[in-house]
Design a protein around this ligand. Structure first.
Ligand code: C5P
Length: 398
């Protein structure tokens, strides 16, 4: 079962053009098997109809404090009592002002005031409204009150202007909500992650690489961020969007990855080496594109440095985690690798189950033995791995 199954979310929608994105957000939350109860302000119904959100959430949508459908007439208490979180998206400048001052003159603002669950808001407004000192003052106040502010982003606005105030995209809000629910097991810790393949040049256009997609490494970086860590992601060439909030250092070759790791590792508490580093590089790559002819072409390959082994052999290494992709004898090869590289923890998977895929199966090897994680999406495996790392890290540093 995923961490979010049956989480109950009260989704508040206020009046702004970004209200149309509440439809997509509802669909995404329901897709994660969360229970979504939508409450709209009167102004929000001018931008998107309650029927749309009712169809997508599968529950009646409420707008008025005086709605006779609420049995005990206590709508302002009813909807948040069993909610795990309340998310207001979009949150207009007017709604932020109400929150800052504890005003409660409609159903949504009354629910927010009477709630027991955490409150997250996703502001959306014109850039001038966002920059207005009154709005900034209100934001400061609501943050002080423990309300979590998600975004906004900068970009093109519905009014045609550019600037700060765009609501985060629904998929980003979903990520932020998922992150909110994760325990902050690595708060204050600095985590360095390598991900993806490396690319070793043969000539100006060709090279040797491997089929690593980078998905597992990016998922590990995201899970570490969700756990409250500061994350640096050193990544070989991939097609992926890095997780928001990570410091990203793109590299191409193994040597470049080694240089980047050496530059960052002193500042890391934990090093998670997920990258599928090429074992060899091409000696004397051609500066220009090699012309084809009828002759056999021989490439001379030299071994790449082992980045992880370099880190574990430092005088004061961070807590190091290795990865191993094997095509056979997983247990035997993984444990041998763990010992050879002096690793407190190694995560191993089968190439045929992992490479390029969104799901995988991971087995963890540490001094206490072997731990098989339930198979699933890479982000869930990454979260389980981060939980395991946090436990071992705490034990070795207590
Ligand atoms: O020996 P093998 O390549 O299977 O080891 C895998 C582990 O070592 C992974 O954690 C990988 O990121 C790391 N590695 C490395 N530098 C290399 C080769 C592997 O850091 N040149």
């Amino acid at each position: 079962m995923a961490d979010f199954d049956s989480k109950r979310i009260l989704l508040g929608v206020t009046g702004g053009i970004a209200a149309y994105k509440a439809a997509e957000l509802t669909r995404l939350l329901v897709g994660r098997r969360m229970e979504v109860q939508v409450v709209m302000t009167e102004a929000a119904t001018r931008f998107i109809t309650p029927v749309t959100l009712q169809a997508l959430s599968g529950k009646p949508v409420f707008v008025s404090l005086w709605d006779p459908r609420i049995d005990n007439g206590m709508a302002h208490i009813e909807f948040t009592r069993d909610a795990d979180a309340c998310l207001v998206a979009p949150a207009s400048a007017d709604f932020l002002a109400k929150l800052a001052h504890g005003q409660a003159d409609d159903l949504l603002s009354t629910l927010c005031l009477a709630r027991e669950c955490p409150l997250l808001v996703a502001p959306a407004m014109n850039r001038q409204m966002w920059q207005n000192p009154a709005t900034q003052r209100n934001l400061e106040q609501i943050r002080r009150d423990g309300i979590v502010v998600l975004g906004p982003a900068s970009g093109e606005q519905a009014c045609g202007e550019w600037g700060m105030g765009r609501m985060l995209e629904p998929c980003e809000l979903l990520e932020d909500l998922e992150a909110f629910f994760q325990p902050k097991l690595l708060a204050g810790k600095r985590v360095l992650v390598t991900a993806g393949p490396t690319f070793e040049a043969i000539d100006a256009v060709r090279g040797i690489t491997n089929r690593s997609s980078g998905k597992m490494g990016y998922a590990v970086a995201r899970a570490a961020l969700e756990a409250g860590a500061t994350v640096t992601l050193i990544t070989g060439p991939t097609q992926l969007t890095p997780p928001r909030g990570a410091k990203v250092i793109p590299v191409v070759s193994a040597q470049e990855m080694l240089n980047a790791v050496n530059a960052e590792v002193d500042a890391a508490d934990i090093f998670i080496s997920v990258a599928a580093v090429a074992d060899y590089y091409v000696l004397n790559p051609s500066e220009h594109k090699i012309k084809k002819d009828a002759h056999i072409l021989t490439l001379e390959l030299a071994p790449n440095p082992d980045i992880l082994a370099n880190v574990t052999s430092r005088p004061n290494p961070p807590f190091c985690v290795g990865f191993a992709a094997e095509s056979e004898n997983l247990h035997e090869f993984a444990e041998l690798k763990r010992r050879r590289k002096h690793l407190p923890l190694l995560a191993a998977n089968l190439v045929q189950e992992a490479v390029g895929s969104d799901t995988s199966r991971l087995t963890l090897f540490d001094d206490n033995g072997v731990h098989a994680l339930p198979p699933g999406p890479k982000i869930e495996l990454a979260r389980a791995l981060i939980r395991h790392i946090a436990t071992l890290y705490a034990a070795t540093n207590s």
